[in-house]
Design a protein around this ligand. Structure first.
Ligand code: C2O
Ligand code: CU
Length: 616
């Protein structure tokens, strides 16, 4: 290794066939996205194109179920967990040597935290990681804000989707190293407090350390946090062994089992640009191997009955657009549609009614879908969880074509001929009441821009978030520009001026999507928001969201209330982050703070804040 003048690649025709298959959304082709075992490097810097993961036999391992975290004691009468981040060896595939990963509590993905609405918990996240990062750090990223020469790995855990006090939110600069030896400027406390005063929902936790989130999460630092309630249990949704959290991720491997993460950007011809630092951040990352709950190309065996899946897109950049397809394993071909998803919840909790997703279910990075799938008509069949999202999705990325690796095959499902249990699942017509945030209550509107036009000091494309006044974008350390007061209701209008889709995320709050329209049809200085002119949310965009996809050339308007709402959520003030959830974008530089100010009584609707009614 080391003396190649150019990357060696799998057969171009096979690769292009695979890319074409993904882009056209046609059935999975056998052998696509496995590449060959010929992983070679040009120098030290390796692009996605340079690398192919070992050709692993698919569907040989069963999908693991993450374990459930146990509290280690109590604090102020509440359960207190202590969860350590550490480096472990884990078998991710039968034929792959054990992979060094970073796990919470020694596991990738981390153990699931089971929480109950109305019952707060404390979690002390501790850092037992080695001194050196598992993956190459690009020290040019936020080099003025990050002490790269300080020993130890910086970590901080964010509860994604949690209505959490700001000191416990996992601010990107609230990082800490092993044994809290070094801490970032926003670090405030060791025991994080999660009040759990929000609708029951599929939340997740993951690392959020400034400038290295993409690497820490890729190394394995993520897990589920399921918030439940009596009302939700009364709905008769599949439970126990019939409720399965599934985190979908993409990874690439070396033949020795180690994780591969690119260290150079390819240009269209597959070489890397001389002017870039080595290692360099990449504009996005697309792995060539599907990993579900920490197993590569796994299979799940189910009974012919209904299951509840908590789907999470835990990938760095990749979009998923999912459907079950009937699958014939020997030719490795799909034929016909499998059972459909009936969505019962999204990011922020239950939808008001179950929604049958006739077509595909889309998940951007960080998004969740709570779905029920009825396998009773599929007894004896094999099904493929199929993804037809081409990696670049809608629009264009800053990557060379060869770096855009589609991933059509996610997981196989074997439906047994018969089950051991009677399936009594009958979904109620009404799941919960999702209160509408009324447009009439809006105190303020913000026009926020998503930009891909800037470059950094190394002529790398820089993604930036901006405002109406600074439309070309601001860096993370520019003064806070979004400062709602507690009790305010706002419209945030995300205008995507870049060439690709971005999954936009707000900490703390859940918003409701109002609608989308073309960027040219709305000028905040001239136009009133015209509800009639908007394209309605997609079925899976209803209800409470904390991530929303904004396609190139469009504006997505969301309505958000800061503070308690209809007996839900909790009054929090302080500084939080909003950002693109493609982790490579978040790190380079598509993240900004927002601050919820205390209500100074200047007329915001403090009377919406009503803790006397408890909503289910
Ligand atoms: Cu899941 Cu700030 O992110
Ligand atoms: Cu983005």
């Amino acid at each position: 290794m080391g003396n190649h003048t150019g990357p060696s690649r799998p057969s171009v025709s096979r690769r292009e066939l695979c890319i074409a298959a993904g882009a056209a959304g046609i059935s999975a082709l056998a052998g696509c996205s496995t590449g060959n075992t010929n992983s070679s490097r040009a120098g030290n810097a390796t692009t996605i194109t340079d690398h192919s993961s070992p050709d692993l036999e698919k569907w040989v391992d069963e999908v693991p179920r993450p374990s459930v975290a146990e509290p280690s004691g109590t604090k102020d009468g509440r359960p207190r967990y202590e969860i350590a981040m550490g480096e472990v060896e884990q078998k991710l595939h039968r034929d792959l040597p054990a992979t060094t990963v970073w796990g919470y509590d020694g596991q990738f993905p981390g153990p699931t935290i089971e929480a109950e609405q109305g019952e707060p918990i404390y979690v002390r996240w501790t850092n037992d990681l080695p001194d050196e990062h598992l993956l190459p750090e690009d020290t040019t990223i936020h080099s003025d804000l990050i002490p790269y020469d300080t020993p130890g790995v910086r970590t901080v855990t964010h509860l994604h989707g949690g209505n959490v006090e700001s000191e416990s939110d996992g601010h990107a600069q609230a990082w800490f190293t092993r044994d809290f030896q070094e801490t970032g400027p926003e670090f405030e406390k060791k025991d994080y407090y999660y009040v759990n005063d929000q609708p029951p929902a599929t939340l997740w936790y993951h690392d959020h350390s400034l400038g290295i989130t993409r690497l820490n999460v890729y190394a394995g630092l993520a897990g589920f946090y399921l918030l439940r309630s009596d009302h939700e249990r009364s709905l008769g949704l599949p439970e126990g062994e019939y409720e399965i959290p599934l985190v979908l991720q993409d990874r690439s491997f070396e033949r020795d089992g180690s994780l591969f993460y690119p260290t150079a950007i390819s240009d269209e011809k597959g070489g890397s640009d001389e002017s870039h630092p080595d290692p360099s951040i990449v504009p996005q990352f697309y792995g060539d191997t599907s990993v579900v709950n920490g197993k590569a190309w796994p299979r799940l065996s189910v009974e012919p009955r209904s299951y509840r899946f908590r789907l999470l897109n835990g990938s760095n950049s990749r979009y998923y657009s999912l459907q079950f397809r009937r699958y014939d394993e020997s030719p490795g071909e799909t034929d016909g549609d499998g059972p459909s998803f009936v969505q019962v919840g999204n990011d922020g909790g239950l939808l008001s009614t179950p929604v049958e997703i006739g077509d595909r279910l889309e998940l951007g990075a960080g998004q969740r879908a709570d779905v029920v799938v009825d396998f009773s008509e599929s007894a004896g069949e094999t099904l493929l969880l199929h993804n037809d999202a081409p990696a670049q999705y809608r629009g264009k990325t800053g990557l060379g074509d060869d770096d855009i690796v589609p991933l059509p095959e996610i997981m196989l499902v074997d439906v047994n001929e018969a089950g051991d249990s009677q399936d009594a699942t009958e979904l109620p017509d009404e799941l919960t009441r999702v209160p509408d945030i009324s447009i009439d209550s809006v105190d303020n509107e913000r026009y926020l821009t998503l930009n891909g036009g800037a470059t950094d000091d190394y002529s790398r494309q820089l993604y930036l978030l901006g405002t109406a006044e600074e439309p070309d974008g601001l860096k993370i350390d520019a003064p806070v520009t979004e400062e709602p007061a507690l009790g305010d209701t706002e419209i945030w209008s995300f205008a995507n001026r870049s060439g690709m889709s971005h999954p936009m995320h707000l900490h703390l709050v859940h918003f409701q999507m109002v609608g989308r329209q073309s960027i040219g049809d709305y000028d905040p200085d001239e136009d009133e928001l015209d509800l009639e002119a908007l394209e309605a949310p997609k079925p899976y965009e209803r209800g409470w969201n904390d991530v929303i996809t904004v396609d190139p050339g469009e504006i997505v308007h969301v309505i958000v209330h800061f503070g308690g709402h209809d007996g839900l959520f909790n009054d929090q003030t302080g500084t939080y982050m909003w950002h693109c959830h493609m982790l490579e974008h978040e790190d380079h530089d598509m993240m900004r703070p927002f601050t919820v100010l205390p209500n100074d009584g200047r007329g915001a609707d403090s009377d919406d804040v009503d803790d006397s009614t408890t909503q289910r």
